[in-house]
Design a protein around this ligand. Structure first.
Ligand SMILES: *[C@@H]1O[C@H](CO)[C@@H](O)[C@H](O)[C@H]1NC(C)=O
Ligand SMILES: *[C@@H]1O[C@H](CO)[C@@H](O)[C@H](O)[C@H]1NC(C)=O
Ligand SMILES: *[C@@H]1O[C@H](CO)[C@@H](O)[C@H](O)[C@H]1NC(C)=O
Ligand SMILES: *[C@@H]1O[C@H](CO)[C@@H](O)[C@H](O)[C@H]1NC(C)=O
Ligand SMILES: *[C@@H]1O[C@H](CO)[C@@H](O)[C@H](O)[C@H]1NC(C)=O
Ligand SMILES: *[C@@H]1O[C@H](CO)[C@@H](O)[C@H](O)[C@H]1NC(C)=O
Length: 470
């Protein structure tokens, strides 16, 4: 009987001991957790320094205001063009470039590791964007089959693959315009169209706008008149070079790098930060015939200067030199150079601009339409923060030599511009279409944000005036 109090006493001790133990254990766990958090925070900050603008907060679950509806078009407007890829272009077989969801053949030779990363590089054709974009949109997080929910309506027409069949070979205008006309006729009959007269519709084309802006019915004129059709003028059109600032928006040409993990992007940025750049400047390109007057003169001048300067590396893209379509060669030249010359060619813009940004090489422009008046969603407003501008006229009239101009840029400015260029890398690459990046915002994400914002602005405009969405 007298044992009982003692037992109670022990019970109490055990209780206190047990509680303390749990308490200590909790503290330990909490401490561990906080340390883990600390690392998390440090890691995030570290990455933010790497690529400030490329990071966005984790996407919220809500898709409100971001839903996109994709039309189910007749296959002749997209899938059939892919099936007929062998005969699309007279000069090259497009089929290899259509592989891997439009990215083209994978670059996987072991010998390339030093220049590229082991994975995620493809020999992407410069005109593949419409296919890549469509395939990426198929994995967009806010797709809807209910068009009444949609903030934007995507028209998956491969206008570039369609027109390339007819750009050369003397096809008359009625053949060239047949598909575009058929497409808009179909669109205008859809209930989705009637809601806002197509003002919430968008298209993405992988060629330059002027291929679709034929102003006359003259067979000698270039391209189709797709973008001048009244229906197309109500839509927003994304292309690699815009021909009108009203409803056309330019977005980056596709480059060779299509990562499927954030880690690969950071790894590549780090590599480009460290790489040695023995050449002051480089040029990858070919002369232009004299009828393309300004491009012809400026390119001749650039080639002449480059050949006579030991600090310039020339990658000759004349017929017979195929290095210019080789991701390894191009990237190797650009990552060995401080500046990369981007003169106009057949048109103002060049895919090469994005290849040079990818390689951490500061682009040198000769015309404001080559970039400053184009990629407004993707590139900084302030052109001097990431590039050098040498007015075309100064070169043509021989008022400057490129070598002298570039060698006079202060070292501190070079470093600041390169830092900015490397920060821009995530914004100008298109990820692997079926992948999702965690914290990196790529060119696709920025384009989608841009188009949703633009359509929202139109909707607000219309609603304010005299229209309410039923
Ligand atoms: C839309 O419908 C198609 C065909 O029924 C289906 O495969 C797809 O998953 C649907 N998509 C969404 C976002 O509901
Ligand atoms: C255009 O070319 C096609 C095929 O060559 C021909 O059938 C058609 O009659 C031509 N149209 C005009 C208006 O010349
Ligand atoms: C284009 O939109 C305007 C309103 O902005 C509308 O009046 C016109 O009918 C539309 N055109 C077509 C072809 O739908
Ligand atoms: C543009 O960037 C350059 C270089 O970073 C800077 O010196 C200049 O002040 C900037 N201009 C504007 C208008 O912000
Ligand atoms: C909104 O309406 C005004 C006046 O009609 C027009 O100038 C402007 O371009 C419109 N904005 C958009 C985004 O459509
Ligand atoms: C309403 O909008 C349509 C299409 O833009 C225009 O034709 C019409 O004049 C507008 N009406 C009023 C009252 O503003």
């Amino acid at each position: 009987m007298d044992k009982l109090p003692l037992r109670k006493y022990f019970d109490k001790i055990r209780f206190v001991f047990f509680t303390s133990f749990i308490f200590c254990l909790s503290l330990l766990l909490l401490n561990y957790y906080m340390t883990a958090c600390d690392y998390g925070v440090t890691f995030l900050l570290f990455n933010m320094n790497d690529a400030k603008q490329a990071h966005m907060p984790k996407p919220s679950n809500s898709c409100s205001g971001q839903y996109i509806y994709v039309y189910d078009l007749a296959s002749r407007f997209n899938e059939d063009l892919l099936k007929g890829c062998h005969s699309l272009s007279k000069s090259i077989d497009m089929c290899p470039y259509m592989s891997n969801l439009g990215l083209g053949p994978k670059v996987s030779k072991k010998s390339n590791e030093k220049v590229l990363l082991k994975e995620s590089f493809y020999a992407t054709n410069q005109f593949s964007l419409e296919v890549i974009f469509h395939n990426t949109l198929k994995h967009y997080k806010c797709l809807t089959n209910d068009s009444s929910l949609a903030s934007a309506i995507y028209v998956p027409y491969y206008a570039g693959l369609d027109v390339v069949q007819y750009l050369w070979g003397g096809f008359n205008v009625s053949i060239r315009d047949a598909s575009p006309k058929e497409l808009v006729k179909w669109l205008a009959q859809q209930p989705e169209w009637k809601r806002m007269w197509g003002r919430d519709h968008f298209m993405v084309v992988g060629r330059i706008g002027s291929d679709f802006r034929r102003r006359t019915e003259n067979n000698d004129d270039w391209g189709t008149k797709l973008m001048l059709l009244p229906e197309a003028r109500n839509m927003s059109i994304l292309s690699i070079e815009s021909g009108s600032k009203e409803n056309e928006f330019s977005i980056p040409y596709p480059t060779y790098f299509h990562p499927s993990k954030d880690k690969e992007v950071f790894q590549w940025q780090k590599k480009m930060r460290k790489v040695k750049r023995p050449y002051l400047f480089s040029f990858a390109g070919a002369p232009r015939p004299y009828y393309n007057y300004l491009s012809s003169i400026i390119r001749n001048e650039i080639i002449k200067e480059c050949q006579s300067s030991r600090s310039c590396k020339l990658l000759n893209c004349n017929a017979g030199h195929n290095y210019c379509n080789d991701p390894v060669h191009v990237t190797k030249v650009f990552q060995s150079s401080v500046f990369c010359l981007q003169p106009p060619g057949d048109s103002f813009t060049r895919r090469s601009t994005f290849d040079s940004i990818l390689a951490g090489c500061i682009p040198v422009f000769f015309h404001p339409e080559s970039a400053y008046n184009q990629y407004l969603w993707h590139l900084p407003k302030n052109g001097s923060s990431y590039s050098v501008y040498i007015p075309e006229r100064d070169v043509i009239e021989k008022r400057v030599t490129i070598n002298e101009k570039l060698s006079k840029v202060p070292k501190s400015e070079v470093l600041a511009m390169r830092k900015e260029i490397i920060r821009l890398i995530p914004r100008i690459i298109y990820r692997y279409p079926s992948s999702r990046l965690e914290s990196v915002e790529d060119a696709f994400d920025i384009a989608v944000k841009g188009i949703l914002g633009r359509i929202e602005a139109i909707r607000r405009n219309i609603t304010n005036v005299n229209y309410t969405i039923s």
